[in-house]
Design a protein around this ligand. Structure first.
Ligand code: NAD
Ligand code: MG
Length: 394
């Protein structure tokens, strides 16, 4: 059996830690080539000591010098490098077979694209990268022959339920629509008054999944499902109206594919990200992920509801951006990142999130995307626009 060399971008985060957990179960099949982290240097140091990567990538020279010293004292030979270019370098290095793209937000776009352009097997958790740059990203996948495998549990489920030739388009392979499931988040039952008063701690306490702060807030606002709708359109060449969102509070059915003959295929499992990670690492083989077997008798029932656009307007905003195309999804994503950060730091309330995003979408007309710089410019301008809205509100 050949050994795959893996780079984990965002190793210190929730997806990164789960990825290393799966890799550690298969030491004869996977070796870690590089790990990256932006904070939690103690975690990164432990990961380096355990997995002995050739490189660790951190944010800046100060962090790099400190981590290098810690590793040196433990006789760990990992070389510590820093900065954006270093992230792209360890993603595209010739030694690397697989790249886990698990940096959160727009910061992951360049290194994820670098992995795609280098033709790697790319395990995509960083949905924001695809949302921002969809057409360009998918063109890069086609040009380089990279294998793009979705880590988002819903998209991984859809991938598993699609026929192998799905790249031909949905209609030719007999798919009528995609059913994207959503847990509904911690505030599924809250009314608008209650939503206005929720705290960051409440928003980050997801009922089914333990995740990073940003995606936890996105799940609570339903923007996560909005980003995932856009993600599904790019991954599976679907129109927004071919993707239906279904609220499913138990998070056991991870998504479904509806065929023209009336068959509906679903992928089920315990809500544990190690399942899609192991699936994408080993595809088309199957390997142990450490996830326990699904006990349907304990779960006993599966519920499904329609999403409520009135209480959770983010989903509607994402549909609107998906329909506009061009730079609209980059604007949506950037304004959302500013909104989530402002909510988490107590500068605005939870129900201000969709208001800020809608302001940015209305203030900045969508433009036809020219290139990566154009997307990054739209990202920067949308952030400034969202910040202006916040400042003007006082
Ligand atoms: P997290 O916040 O736990 O981890 C983020 C990682 O990115 C960390 O390693 C952090 O150090 C790094 N990072 C943060 N800012 C950075 C920057 N500016 N430059 C370089 N690195 C930076 O997040 P997470 O929950 O692991 O999510 C990671 C990605 O996976 C997100 O895009 C998220 O939407 C997606 N995702 C996560 C889950 C989940 O269960 N956690 C599920 C589906 C998709
Ligand atoms: Mg998801």
């Amino acid at each position: 059996m050949t050994v795959s060399q893996v780079t984990v971008l965002g190793a210190t985060g929730s997806i990164g830690v789960n990825t290393l957990d799966v890799i550690a179960r298969h030491p004869n099949e996977y070796r870690v080539y590089a790990l990256s982290g932006y904070s939690r240097m103690d975690v990164l140091a432990e990961q380096c000591a355990r997995h002995r990567p050739a490189y660790a990538v951190v944010a800046d020279d100060v962090q790099a010098a400190a981590l290098q010293q810690v590793l040196h004292a433990q006789d760990v030979a990992t070389e510590v490098v820093y900065g954006e270019q270093a992230l792209s370098d360890v993603a595209a290095a010739t030694e690397v077979d697989v790249v886990m793209a698990a940096i959160v937000g727009a910061a992951g776009l360049r290194p994820t694209l670098a992995a795609v352009q280098a033709g790697k097997r790319v395990l995509l958790a960083n949905k924001e990268a695809l949302v921002m740059s969809g057409a360009l990203f998918m063109q890069a996948v086609r040009d380089s022959g990279a294998q793009l495998l979705p880590i988002d549990s819903e998209h991984n489920a859809i991938f598993q339920c699609m026929p192998t030739n799905y790249a031909e388009g949905l209609a030719p392979v007999g798919v009528r629509r995609i059913l994207l499931t959503a847990s509904g988040g911690p505030f599924r039952e809250f009314n608008i008054d209650q939503l206005a008063g929720v705290t960051p701690a409440q928003a980050c306490a997801h009922p089914n999944w333990s995740m990073g702060q940003k995606i936890s807030v996105d799940s609570a606002s339903m923007m996560n499902k909005g980003l995932e709708l856009i993600e599904a359109c790019w991954l599976f060449d679907a129109r927004p109206d071919q993707v239906e969102v279904v609220v499913h509070p138990q998070s056991v059915v991870h998504s479904l594919v509806d065929y023209v003959d009336g068959s509906v295929l679903a992928q089920l499992g315990n809500p544990d990200m190690r399942t899609p990670i192991a699936h994408a690492l080993a595809w088309p083989r199957r390997i142990d992920s450490g996830v326990s077997a699904l006990d349907l008798l304990t779960i006993a029932r599966l519920d499904f509801q329609a999403p409520d656009d009135r209480r959770f307007p983010c989903l509607r905003l994402a549909r609107q951006a998906a329909a506009s195309g061009g730079t609209a999804c980059a604007i949506l994503n950037a304004a959302n990142e500013v909104a989530v950060a402002a909510f988490l730091s107590g500068r605005m309330g939870f129900t201000d999130i969709p208001v800020m995003i809608e302001y940015a979408l209305n203030a900045m007309p969508s433009e036809t995307v020219q290139d990566l710089d154009h997307i990054l410019l739209a990202d920067r301008m949308a952030r400034e626009c969202a910040e202006r809205w916040l400042a003007a509100r006082g």
